[in-house]
Design a protein around this ligand. Structure first.
Ligand code: ZN
Length: 165
């Protein structure tokens, strides 16, 4: 996974919906953010929801209705600036600090990754009892599971059982 997506990956997976193997769903957004105002938490929650929906669309090819509008709303609330890298190249990053700045940096990473082609590899696992966000390393970019040996096998076994039942 490109270094710029490591923080994005951690942010998106603060929403842990994995229930296979007796797991309980977990949400660590509050811990990830640290001390923050309710409005900042709402903003972080909305950013995570829209980016997770986009990561799902990276796998399915279909974006849920309303996501683009919500993305625009969240993005407009974040202090994101284009900046010069000093070598003629351009990048993006937060214009100031705090929670909004942290979120703006996450968004900046996604925007840059979207331009360099790595964002489309961030996907939501197709297993309904997993939905972990993973980076698709496969050259043809056709992975559906966060783990072929784990979720892939479990889903194939389940499909086989339902066909032969
Ligand atoms: Zn999975």
């Amino acid at each position: 996974m490109p270094a710029r997506l490591v923080t994005v990956f951690a942010f998106l997976n603060t929403c842990d919906l994995r229930t296979f193997g007796g797991r309980e769903p977990d949400d660590e957004l509050a811990e990830w953010l640290g001390t923050c105002e309710p409005a900042e938490y709402e903003l972080a929650f909305a950013l995570r929801r829209t980016l997770r929906a986009m990561a799902r669309a990276n796998r399915t090819g279909e974006l849920d209705p309303g996501v683009a509008t919500e993305f625009d709303r969240v993005s407009a609330a974040l202090p994101l600036r284009a900046r010069s890298n000093g070598d003629g190249g351009l990048g993006a990053g937060a214009a100031n600090g705090g929670i909004a700045g942290t979120l703006a940096d996450v968004l900046a990473s996604v925007v840059v990754a979207s331009a360099d082609g790595s964002w489309v590899r961030m996907k939501e696992c197709a297993a309904p009892d997993c939905r972990w966000i993973f980076y698709d390393h496969a050259k043809p970019r056709n992975s559906r599971w966060c783990s072929t040996a784990g979720c892939g096998n479990r889903m194939k076994t389940r499909a086989y059982r339902s066909r032969t039942a």
